[in-house]
Design a protein. Structure first.
Length: 184
């Protein structure tokens, strides 16, 4: 794969035809977003990593069923989300759901200590509020706003129609506002 990077559709076509190098490129391209999707569902780094690994294996074996005209990223992220949901359900059955917050690192220039402290406090308040929501509400908000997925990608991962995803997001945001307004 020399020269310019191949488009997703071409990589997916080649992978579907058995080109392992093309599939490897897709794994590299979407590994980070896949992990973030899985983490939003499981809220556990190890479970998210295992979910992603298992999802990539399942996607590889499902390539013959991948529709050539479909977009690969939403198809893959749906597999990741489903695997992560299955693992999260198993985890809750085994030990109960333990929610953890993740530090969100700023990639910009170093802010002043005061600004950094306020930003960290805001993140902690937001993450605490998100953790108080139901898993479906956390997922739809996380996919759309924390990961920056489009409405159609969010709908695809949730395996619902676009209108349903929009209404779920709207209701989840309303519940988040209520949680944020509650005294702590």
């Amino acid at each position: 794969m020399e020269g310019r990077p191949l488009e997703e559709a071409e990589l997916a076509r080649r992978a579907r035809e058995g080109d392992d190098a093309a599939y490897e490129e897709l794994v590299k391209r979407y590994g980070q977003i896949a992990f973030r999707v899985a983490w939003l569902v499981t809220r556990d780094r190890a479970e998210a990593e295992d979910s992603v690994q298992e999802a990539f294996v399942k996607a590889y074996y499902a390539l013959p069923r991948f529709h050539p005209d479909a977009q690969f990223r939403p198809w893959l992220l749906k597999i990741v989300a489903n695997e992560a949901r299955n693992r999260a359900r198993s985890m809750r059955r085994r030990q109960g759901l333990a929610l953890r917050t993740a530090a969100v690192s700023d990639r910009d220039a170093a802010p002043s200590p005061e600004t950094a402290a306020l930003a960290q406090e805001d993140r902690e308040v937001l993450l605490a509020a998100l953790n108080r929501l139901s898993p479906p509400d956390r997922e739809v908000i996380g996919y759309r706003f924390l990961l920056g997925l489009s409405e159609s990608e969010t709908a695809n991962i949730l395996d619902v129609r676009l209108g349903t995803a929009k209404s779920r997001l709207s209701r989840a945001m309303a519940r988040l506002r209520v949680v944020l307004e509650e005294p702590t």
